[in-house]
Design a protein around this ligand. Structure first.
Ligand code: NCD
Ligand code: ZN
Ligand code: ZN
Length: 433
C-alpha cells in the first residue's frame, strides 16, 4: 500500500519520561487505553509511567499488575517506574527484577500523598540502586519547607491565586536538587530531575553536571509557555506541582534547554476530572493537567515561532531521553526508537487546541484550551505500524504497545520466544563484533 507523506516532516516519535496514567486505582481519571491514545494522537511513541497509582507501584506484584494492564491496552511503547519510598528500600532489587524502567522518588508531597523518604532512606536507596545502573527520577521539592510554608499561609488567610506559588518558592526545589545531586555524587546512582520550573534550579543542575554527576533534567511545556501572568485568567486550572512561575523563569528555562543544562522536554501528564480542577481555593484543586497530547503541537509551534530549531526539538523530545535511559541499540539487542517509532508532522498546519477533543476523555481540561498552534503531528507509527493516521486514532492498534524494558533485555539467544516481526527486525540489525 502506498503512502503519501508529501509536505510532511519525519521525526522520531517523542519519548515522554513523565506521565501519570492513574491505572490502577484512579482509573476514573485516566486509563492505559485513554492515556496511550492521547500519546499516539500527540506524536509520542514511548511513555514512562509514574508510580503514584493505587496501590503505589512499590512491590514486584504491583509492577507485574501494572505491566499487565499496560500490555493489554497500550497504543504506544511504555516503561513503568517503581516507587522509591521510606518503607520499600528492601524492595528495590525486586522492582528491578520485575522490570521497572527506573525509580521515582517523591521528595515532596503531591497527588497520591505518598510520604517523602528521609535523606537517610534516600542514601541507602541510592547505594542499592547504583550497581543496578537504573536511573531515579526525582520530584525535587523539599517536603519540610513546604509544610511550614503552607501552614504559615493558611494561618495568614492567603487564598489568592498566587498563594500556591508562595507556598512552593523556588528554593524548595533548589534545596532538593542540590541535596539529591550530593547523594548521587556520593553513591554513583544516576538521577533525573523532573519538572524543573525555575531559573534558580539551573545553578545546582549546572554545578552537578560540571562535577560529573550522572544527572539529567526535564522541563515541561507549561513552564515554558505559561507564567504568573496567567493565574487570573486560568484560576485553579493552572494549579500544578511545582507551580508555574514568573516570566523570567520561563525565559531561563528556554535558555537552559538551549545550552544543555536541561536535557529534555516531558509533559508531567497529570489528568484529573474537570470538577476536581475547579476550586475557589487554588491549593484545594487537584494538581496538574493532561499534557501528552498537546506537547508536540505546542513545541512545534514554538519551533515555528523561532524559540528553538527543529533539530533541537528532536534532541530534547527523543534523542536525550533515549540516551539517558539507554534505549539505543546495543550489541545483540534491538533499540527502541530505532524500530520505526515515527511522527509525521505538518509544520504549516494550524489548529486550535480544544480540550473537549482530548483523548484523555475523563480529564478534558487544559490550560492551553483555545490556543492556536502551527505544527501538528498528522500520523504516528509505533514499531512501524500506524497508531494515528490522518489525525485519527487507529483503534486496532490498541494493545500493540510494547514494554521497552522487555525489548531492551531481549537478547538474540532468547529471541525464539519473541514475536516473529521483532525477530526479523533484530536479525537485520547490524552487529559489531
Ligand atoms: C502530579 C499528579 O497529579 O500525579 N501532579 C502534578 O501537579 N504534577 C504529581 C506530580 O508530578 O507531582
Ligand atoms: Zn512531581
Ligand atoms: Zn508528575
Amino acid at each position: 500500500e502506498r503512502f503519501d507523506a508529501t509536505g510532511l516532516h519525519l521525526l522520531p516519535g517523542a519519548i515522554d519520561v513523565h506521565v501519570h496514567f492513574r491505572d490502577p486505582g484512579y482509573d476514573y481519571k485516566e486509563t492505559w487505553e485513554t492515556g496511550t491514545a492521547a500519546a499516539a494522537m500527540g506524536g509520542t511513541t514511548t511513555v514512562f509511567e509514574m508510580p503514584n497509582t493505587h496501590p503505589p507501584t512499590a512491590t514486584a506484584d504491583a509492577v507485574a499488575d501494572k505491566l499487565e494492564r499496560a500490555e493489554a491496552n497500550a497504543y504506544v511503547d511504555f516503561g513503568v517506574y517503581g516507587l522509591l519510598a521510606e518503607n520499600n528500600v528492601d524492595q528495590l532489587e525486586a522492582l528491578a527484577a520485575a522490570g521497572v524502567i527506573g525509580y521515582k522518588c517523591f521528595m515532596g508531597n503531591t497527588f497520591g500523598n505518598l510520604p517523602s523518604p528521609s535523606t537517610g532512606a534516600m542514601l541507602e536507596a541510592f547505594e542499592r540502586i547504583a550497581p543496578l545502573g537504573l536511573r531515579t527520577s526525582l520530584h525535587a521539592e523539599t517536603a519540610s519547607i513546604m509544610a511550614w510554608r503552607y501552614e504559615r499561609l493558611r494561618a495568614a488567610g492567603r487564598h489568592d491565586p498566587l498563594a500556591h506559588v508562595a507556598a512552593r518558592p523556588s528554593v524548595v526545589a533548589v534545596e532538593a536538587v542540590a541535596r539529591a545531586a550530593i547523594l548521587s555524587e556520593w553513591t554513583g546512582a544516576r538521577i533525573h530531575v523532573l519538572h524543573v520550573s525555575s531559573a534558580a534550579e539551573l545553578r545546582p543542575m549546572a554545578e552537578a553536571k560540571a562535577r560529573g554527576v550522572d544527572i539529567t533534567a526535564e522541563t515541561c511545556p507549561h513552564y515554558l509557555r505559561l507564567s504568573t501572568e496567567d493565574y487570573d485568567r486560568l484560576g485553579s486550572v493552572i494549579r500544578v506541582n511545582p507551580p508555574v512561575r514568573e516570566p523570567a523563569d520561563a525565559a531561563a528555562l528556554w535558555a537552559g534547554l538551549a545550552d544543555g543544562t536541561l536535557d529534555m522536554i516531558a509533559t508531567d501528564h497529570a489528568p484529573h476530572l474537570p470538577k476536581e480542577k475547579h476550586n475557589d481555593v487554588i491549593w484545594d484543586a487537584d494538581c496538574g493537567f493532561p499534557g501528552v497530547e498537546t506537547q508536540m503541537p505546542l513545541m512545534l509551534d514554538s519551533v515555528n515561532a523561532g524559540r528553538l530549531s527543529l533539530c533541537d526539538y528532536v534532541r530534547i523530545s527523543s534523542v536525550a531521553p533515549a540516551k539517558a535511559w539507554g534505549l539505543y541499540p546495543a550489541k545483540g539487542r534491538i533499540g527502541v526508537g530505532a524500530d520505526a517509532d515515527i511522527a509525521l508532522v505538518d509544520m504549516n498546519r494550524t489548529e486550535t487546541i480544544d480540550q473537549n477533543q482530548l483523548h484523555s476523555v475523563n480529564a478534558r481540561i487544559s490550560p492551553f484550551h483555545d490556543v492556536a498552534v502551527t505544527g501538528v503531528p498528522v500520523h504516528t507509527l509505533v514499531g512501524g505500524r500506524f497508531v494515528m493516521r490522518k489525525r485519527r486514532l487507529v483503534a486496532e492498534a490498541r494493545g500493540h504497545g510494547r514494554n521497552v524494558k522487555r525489548i531492551q533485555n531481549m537478547s538474540k539467544a532468547n529471541i525464539q520466544n519473541a514475536d516473529r516481526t521483532l525477530a526479523a527486525e533484530i536479525a537485520k540489525t547490524p552487529e559489531k563484533s
